[in-house]
Design a protein around this ligand. Sequence first.
Ligand code: MG
Length: 280
Amino acid sequence: MISNRTKFIASFVLVLIGVHAIAEDLEPLDWEELSKTSPWVYTEVNRDVPVVAPGKQNAAPSDAVVLFDGSDLSSWEKTPFGEGVRMDRTEHFLKNYKGGASLGPAAWGVENGEIVAGMKQGAIASKQAFGDMQLHIEWQVPVLEDKQGQEYGNSGIFLMGLYEIQVLNSYQNETYSNGQAAAIYKQHVPLVNASRAPGNWQTYDILFTAPRFSEKGSVISPALVTILHNGVLVQHNAVLQGPTSFIGEPYYVPHPAKLPIVLQDHDNPVRYRNIWVREL
Ligand code: MG
């Protein structure tokens, strides 16, 4: 019987023979000669990399913009963004948008350090506008025995007020796949369903690259989205076709480089907490 130790020594010897066989037709590196000019330094990059202290258990890291820490909605306001009905309405809205679209203070509630979606009180938007970003947000759909499909915990996170990441209970709840949780609404089905059951908190970690437009308004590069849902990759560099239109085909309409993050009021009692952004 061959012992494990013998097997280990045998495999080590085989590796050495292999390395020798690969290298036998190459001259050994002349380190003395190389060190006269140190050619490796020409591909070294030296610049200051910002030091960031990571937060504990999804807490905001040191360089994040905190949009909700459990206290109040002072970073949010009521907004006409986030309608997402059809492109002709979106196009009309954007063409007439001059900035400062607030409709007044955010009318949603705060309970136990959680945002409670204001049902039929309209969407809320971050007062600060963002373009490229890393967004962390936590959400929960309560247990609702009498609800199903798109009516079971529907809300949404509109990046730039235009590009919706769907919020919905998708744990044992059937609906169209490009409208389930972590779908980029009606454009990209999530790679997997990483949903937790209703009543549990869930996380989205979203990496977003905003679209770029030329001065004349043509698309230089489309929006890109990567999403981790409860730590699981569900969207990987998904390319957006335009705003996440509810009816009809999407297309890009030029807009400012930064726009607010919007939380959707879909008349469903969804909760949010621990929202922070790192601008990229
Ligand atoms: Mg929604």
